[in-house]
Design a protein around this ligand. Sequence first.
Ligand SMILES: [Zn+2]
Length: 369
Amino acid sequence: MNIFNISVPKDCISMIFDAFGNVENYSTTLYLHKSKITLAEEENLYSAQLEIDFDQDTKKDKMVRQTLNKEYGTFILTFLNADFSSAENAYNTFFIYYGLEGLNFIDEIKEKYPIEYTARYVSTKKFLDYYNKAFELVKTDYIKFQKDISNTVDYVFNLHGSQSPADLDRVSKFMAYSTAANLLGQFTSEIRLGIVKSFSEDIPSKFTNIKQVENLAYDIANKKISNTVGYLYESKSHFALAYIALNDLIQNSKRNISICQNCGRYYLQYSGKEVYCELPNIDGSPTCKSYASRKAYDNKIEEDIAELTYKREYQRRITQVYRADSIKKSKMKKDFKNWKSKAREKLKLYRENKISSEEFCDWIEENKN
Ligand SMILES: [Zn+2]
């Protein structure tokens, strides 16, 4: 699904959430500062992505109106994980991606800083000047809303020690907690709802008989294709969109939000069993998942005394064979071969959990030459 042809007025950010297709789509005015637009796939305009580039020459900074495709759940996760403690951190972790059209309190900002607001995309200096002033005005509200929506997520998904009754469904928990936390009371802006036709290639462009309609209905019923329409939410408020994103996730997706055991960030699970996130790191370092699986592999080898004992003894014996003089060499080679086949049998038993690590090591010790 794409929303390329839909013009987005200033002050707004619009989004489509498609849980079925695992995509999320947003469109807004961005000022490319410390960032650039690249294509994930060459010549495919639909694959536009925002790439962070902290070293970018500010002369290249410019305003664009851009539509970007992200994985489903990216917006709510980015909002939950953002660091709103300072203007710079907030920019690098949130506003760099989603821009300033959605600052929730735009009318207040406009009223207080009309000149800065009007000139906000004229130059990098003006952009940062506006951003820093606007952020100071909304900072505490962003921190509060983030905290309240995080607590809601914790309650719904049983995170950070929260334990809600097992017989309660996610939707009821979400509705109850978000009401208690007064999430809705924290954004007043209107949300414009648009309905757009799905661009799925599996939907015929023209229907000539009722059989085609029937086939399409079956494909929808059997979840072979996603819905034929998408809902486009347009808002002046990041808070409103965060609320809608979380609501959509809870209503339309079976996936759970969890906390990464390595970095502590919120992430979206696929299977429900994984414990590490695959979120990108700002410095470009490997994801927690790939880092953790490497570490687990290293630890396994390191801690497995039986495997290590085998490796050492093998190395010791083969070195002996190489160093032996020509008279002893052929006998030693034969001995080594014998030992190797017996040792491998024992190792197999150990790997199948049929003998213990101690038993295996004892055997190695008893059979030294
Ligand atoms: Zn992580």
